[in-house]
Ligand binder design. Structure first.
Ligand SMILES: [Fe+2]
Length: 295
């Protein structure tokens, strides 16, 4: 941990010993006045990932907090990411579509890049955690971009990639059913597969970030093999330095908030015979800055 900073709004900010991320203490996310919220928002832009231990938000409280950062994506206002069925039993069928999505998301990605407008960020909280594992890992794509050599920065400055959830699920052998699925189908059957630059400029901070992840493929202008090789190399490079990786070990009641415009994240393995229940609220991006590139 770095030094603890006292915020003007009286919460404390404990930067992680990483290129990003901070733990916020002495705060109640239910009752932030506008000044405290503005201060928190600036910290979010600075650190990219904020961790709030021991908040124990209800579903409406989480939605209300997330909503202060922007409109919530209709299908994902407060969805359980869980291996527990509504009847309380565990999902153990090998072809369970929710589990296919959960397993797929154990690969690095940014949320909703496969949609016409990618997500701005997300609020994510732990409700039931396994005894071991089940962490969530984050990667700082601003630092990844900064660390690239100049030749690579130049090479990728004008390149883009398509992003597709159907592609990425198929790539890891986890295709979901399109009909009669318990998965809501968000991200499937996207009519125009979005094309996104490999370098994303943050609309609020102006910082550049590498934008790849598991959904990216098919760079126009490159042979398929070269495109695959470049995307794989960038994905490896992005997470090759532990200074820009943080893996959060959950305690029930924790809430995190991340900026999806400059971080990648992934779920980490756990023993699926143990329940894990998380609540995810996804914040919509601005179509001006998070919209796909014209094709
Ligand atoms: Fe995700």
């Amino acid at each position: 941990m770095g030094e603890t900073l006292q915020s003007a709004a009286s919460f404390t900010v404990e930067p992680l010993d990483r290129t990003f991320g901070a733990i916020i203490r002495d705060i109640d996310l239910r009752g932030l006045d506008d000044a405290a919220f503005d201060d928190l928002y600036q910290n979010w832009l600075t650190y990219g990932l904020l961790i709030f231990p021991g908040q124990n938000l209800s579903k409406p409280e989480q939605m209300a907090f997330a909503r202060r950062f922007g409109d919530l994506i209709e299908e994902l206002k407060a969805v359980e990411i869980s291996n527990v069925k509504p009847d309380g039993s565990l999902r153990d069928a090998p072809d369970d579509d929710m589990m296919k999505i959960i397993r797929g998301n154990m690969h690095w990605h940014q949320d909703s890049t496969y949609m016409p407008v990618q997500a701005k960020g997300a609020v994510f909280s732990a409700h039931v955690v396994p005894k071991r594992q089940g962490d969530t890992a984050f990667a700082d794509m601003r630092d990844a971009y900064d660390a690239l050599d100049e030749a690579t920065k130049e090479r990728i400055s004008s390149l883009s990639a398509y992003h597709s959830l159907e592609y990425s699920q198929r790539a890891v052998g986890e295709e979901t059913k399109k009909e009669n699925s318990e998965y809501i189908g968000y991200g499937m059957n996207v009519a125009d597969v979005p094309l996104r630059p490999l370098v994303k400029t943050h609309p609020e901070t102006g910082r550049k970030a590498l934008a790849v992840g598991r959904h990216a493929y098919g760079i126009p202008g490159l042979p398929e093999a070269d495109s695959e090789e470049l995307i794989a190399a960038l994905n490896r490079f992005a997470v090759a330095d532990e200074r820009r990786i943080y893996q959060h070990r959950w305690t029930a009641g924790d809430v995190v908030l991340w900026d999806n415009r400059c971080l990648m994240h992934k779920a980490c393995e756990w023993d699926f015979s143990e329940p894990r229940i998380m609540l995810h609220s996804r914040i919509a991006g601005d179509p001006e800055s998070e919209g796909a590139q014209p094709q």
